[in-house]
Write a protein that binds this ligand. Structure first.
Ligand code: G4P
Length: 533
């Protein structure tokens, strides 16, 4: 962590940029993350962070499972200094089945970078994640990646962004040369041109060279004039930067580049520092703003166990919302009113951890042995505060889970309790079914695989799953539960974490016929994890 230079909490907060990258798998998120860290000079060769095949860094068997399946469940948090700023980059799971985790991560950021593959544009998972950003009013910057290889036209991509998600594109840089023939980038505000020299494999920074207009006109007359025509067109339609529209989530600054050869990556960091918002006062559950310089408060957005196979511990990731965090301070857990000691506070850089002594709004603190904490919880010092809960998504997959080994029932229960409180999966119960065989409810089926694997490897509790034929869940109340008790193709459960009553239906037709039969019944929709478009 960098040494603080400003003295006050607000000055420290003003230096922070806390963001996540949202993208479809394969758009280049891991590559971009590494390139960003490389530019910020926290690591000296790309590949230290994510531990994909052939790269360093796989440390736990949990990671091993992720690696084998090519999914990324475990979020890393990167913090690095850049110019006078402190950048906090929060990773989000790449797979749509873990959209609930992504939603929680996005509850902890102040901005997002929407990463597009130049050949593919907006893809389904990008759209879903963008919807989350929109619903949370998170300003979005757009980075069009892979411009070093053949792709679509720049104007066409911008048009797609505007037409599909209604975000007005405001180019910050503009490519000279079509995708695959990138000659360099024009800075839209000044007209300056920068050429990049690639380095082998992109393992070190691409060298940038400022080139005069005369020189580039002479060398690349066609590409240069095409870029100038496009810029003139953009000028005509008024695509200049509009901060208010960006912060309101109606427009997006767009940058072009290629993460692999490190082209345009430094410019993206500059844009984050210059354009992305710093942390601001956050509203509590009653809508009152907790000022940045109020006593410490933080939001737990993720709880992760088994990150380090040698310590079967459990870490809560806390986003600092107000005040100064100092290791050792005793906080209050808003939900229970109990004290929480922070002696073992850590920062998490990829798979590495180090002790964290202090942190400011926007920073992420890892709290070890966080058995009592769950995603959405608030911790505070001084004046009490509680942030709004992070909503659980509507589950669409249901299965009864049973211990496969009668002698392991204790481990089985402990495992289910832990995974439930980490928010890995929703655990439902009903008097009818009893507690021996709880029902697991998931947004995506891969969550079941995670549960099964973790119960077996961490708790030595092998399980069997029996799928239930439900796919739609609605929130109901006691009166609704009574009405539905003897209906077919519907069952009512209590969600263990929050006591919500969930009515689950075989399909949407069964839901509709139930609504017709009981017009006054309470059947409220839950936030959707999978957005059908
Ligand atoms: P993800 O985390 O979003 O899933 O994507 P990742 O970074 O793993 O990138 C997916 C593939 O796209 C990788 O290739 C990566 O090297 C490539 N890639 C990322 N950025 C760029 C870019 O700017 N230009 C080009 N040409 N390629 C890029 P791969 O062959 O699938 O995997 P790997 O073996 O290289 O890891």
């Amino acid at each position: 962590m960098s040494a603080p230079t400003g003295s006050s909490i607000t000055a420290q907060a003003a230096r922070r940029r806390t963001f996540a990258v949202i993208s479809h798998p394969d758009a280049g998120k891991s590559t971009l993350t590494e390139a960003l860290a490389l530019h910020a000079e926290v690591i000296d060769s790309a590949g230290a962070v994510h531990g994909k095949s052939g790269r360093r860094g796989v440390t736990s068997d949990w990671m091993e499972m992720e690696r084998k399946r090519g999914i990324s469940v475990t979020s890393a948090v990167l913090q690095f200094a850049y110019r006078d700023s402190v950048i906090n980059l929060l990773d989000t799971p790449g797979h749509g089945d873990f959209s609930e985790d992504t939603y929680r991560v996005l509850a902890a950021v102040d901005a997002a970078v929407m990463l597009l593959d130049a050949a593919k544009g907006l893809e389904p998972q990008t759209l879903k994640l963008f919807d989350v950003c929109r619903s949370r009013r998170i300003p979005v910057l757009t980075f069009v990646n892979k411009w070093d290889r053949p792709g679509r036209e720049a104007l066409e991509l911008l048009d797609e962004v505007e037409q599909t998600i209604g975000l007005r594109p405001m180019p910050v840089t503009w490519p000279v040369g079509v995708a695959g023939e990138l000659r360099g980038l024009i800075e839209c505000a000044t007209g300056e041109f920068t050429r990049f020299h690639r380095t082998a494999g992109g393992a070190t920074r691409a060298e940038a060279e400022a080139v005069t207009a005369e020189q580039i006109v002479a060398e690349e007359p066609q590409y240069w004039s095409a870029a100038q025509d496009e810029l003139a067109l953009l000028d005509e339609i008024g695509a200049g930067f509009d901060e208010k529209a960006f912060l309101a989530g109606t427009a997006t600054p767009v940058l072009f580049g290629a993460a692999l050869p490190n082209i345009g990556v430094a410019r993206l960091l500059d844009a984050l520092v210059e354009l992305a918002p710093a942390p601001e006062a956050r509203d509590d559950a009653d809508g009152r703003a907790r000022e940045l310089d109020a006593p410490f408060s933080g939001l737990v957005f993720k709880v992760q166990a088994g990150m380090d196979p040698s310590h079967r511990d459990r870490m809560a990731f806390v986003r600092v919302c107000s005040g100064r965090f100092e290791r050792g301070m005793v906080l209050t857990h808003a939900g229970s009113g109990k004290p929480f000691a922070t002696k073992y506070a850590q920062s998490v850089f990829g798979q590495q951890r180090s002790t964290i002594e202090e942190a400011f709004p926007g920073d992420i603190v890892g709290l070890v042995n966080a058995g009592a904490l769950r995603p959405g919880d608030t911790l505070y010092a001084g004046d009490p505060v509680e942030y709004p809960p992070i909503p659980s998504f509507a589950p669409e997959h249901f299965a009864v889970v049973r211990s496969a080994d009668a002698g392991k029932h204790k481990q089985f229960r402990r495992g289910i309790d832990q995974l439930d409180s980490e928010g890995v999966i929703q655990v439902l119960r009903s008097d009818l079914r009893g507690d021996q065989a709880p029902v697991l409810a998931a947004v995506g089926p891969l969550q079941f695989d995670v549960v099964t694997a973790r119960l077996e490897s961490e708790f030595r509790a092998p399980v069997t799953l029996e799928a239930l034929g439900y796919s739609v869940a609605r929130r109901t109340d006691a009166a609704g539960a009574a009405l539905l008790a003897d209906q077919s193709e519907v069952e009512v459960f209590t969600r263990r974490t929050d006591g919500e009553l969930l009515a689950v239906f075989a399909n949407k037709w069964r839901l509709q016929s139930t609504q017709r039969k009981f017009p006054d019944i309470v059947l409220d929709a839950l936030p959707a994890g999978s957005t059908d478009r």
